[in-house]
Design a protein around this ligand. Sequence first.
Ligand code: UD1
Length: 420
Amino acid sequence: MSAIEVTGGISLQGEIEIQGSKNAVLPILAACMLGEGLCVIENCPRITDVTDTLEIMRHLGCRIRREERTVCIDASGVRAFEIGGAEAARIRSSVLFLGALLGRMKRAVLPHPGGCAIGARPIDQHIAALRQLGARFYLEEKITADARDMQGGRVCLAVPSVGATENAILAAVTVPGETVISHAAREPEIDELCEFLRRRGASVARTDEGDIHIRGGKRLGPVRYRMKPDRIVAGTYLLAAAATRGKIHISNFPYRELDALIAVLRDMGVSVECGKDGIQLTANRPLRAIPYLETAPYPGFPTDLQSPLMAVFCRARGESRICETIFENRFRTVKELERMGAKIRTDGNCAVVKGIPALAPAKLTAPDLRGGAALVIAALQANGHSVISNTGYIERGYEDICRDLRALGAEVRQNGKEIQ
Ligand code: UD1
């Protein structure tokens, strides 16, 4: 099992560039299954979620070349429409192949994805959206779907699910007719998927009201596309710098996507300057607690930064309260933070964190991807040596968290990292 060793107590200082976005690249890889011609994805993050997604695509018949951060995908040989249980079990976002396979093959067979570390994660909205476009579903031991009668139409989501919005887009661009997806998720990764599809020739755009408007059936051609930076990774490093009273510059970040986090950091007493050349964060005062905050769909505070923020609250002056409204099982980090002396009380989906002057180093276990990153932030604050195990989770979303933090002066190293 891989582990990360951290010697904490050092202020992060320096400049960093952010890897390509995980949550944007996963639907974009699925979108490479549609249309014709070679898709070249640049700045594709070297994370295990990408490796697993590419493995599924190989099973389906794609020819893939991956060199460093460039991935070339030729989907002309795709004939299969079934994803096996073993492949799907490796990555939850395999559910995105539902829309892509229906678009490409007009049929799809997938195992039920089931829950995961952060919650039950139902897919009723994915199925409802595709049904509204005319897809037929047979939900037995496996999910079997038939899209031969699919055409453009109105899709209304009861929950603004990111994945369901992406599945509806992937299916709708391939069929004739107009589609309007209302109550669509507004996360920037959805807009990046739309931009990618437009670059291939699709007609897909967000309206002023936030709906997604698609004129389907246009020919999708080859493309060379460069992934934008990952807002959650950027947010993680901003929080790590704030937690260690550091001073860092992120050179390649479209800061608007982090408005909710930046507002919280400023309320805590951190100076954050945003400009054309990136974000400059300076934390040279003790941090203040935040009396109340809840996670929310974009542009609200992202659930993916809830655990990393909680690790910062542990030493902020006063009592902070954070309520998790998106995923029901995202407080498993609490038990680990308590091993370091953190004072946290949970009450249903809310956690109250009483700031203390210092965290103690400890042996910790990453409970999930973002919870793992949160523990790294906690360990960076604790004077002494901490070890975080189960860091395979972190590798699903961070290219090399140790490399990045070392570039900012931290003493961190990884043992037993899988070479991709
Ligand atoms: C995506 C992100 C994840 C992020 C999340 C919320 C990817 C690969 N993952 O996950 O990092 O934390 O958005 O921003 O992009 N729901 C239903 N029925 C459904 C689908 C979702 O009830 O059919 C509920 C979920 O249980 C959850 C909420 O909707 O409470 C949001 O989930 P969703 O937006 O679908 O998240 P993902 O796309 O899985």
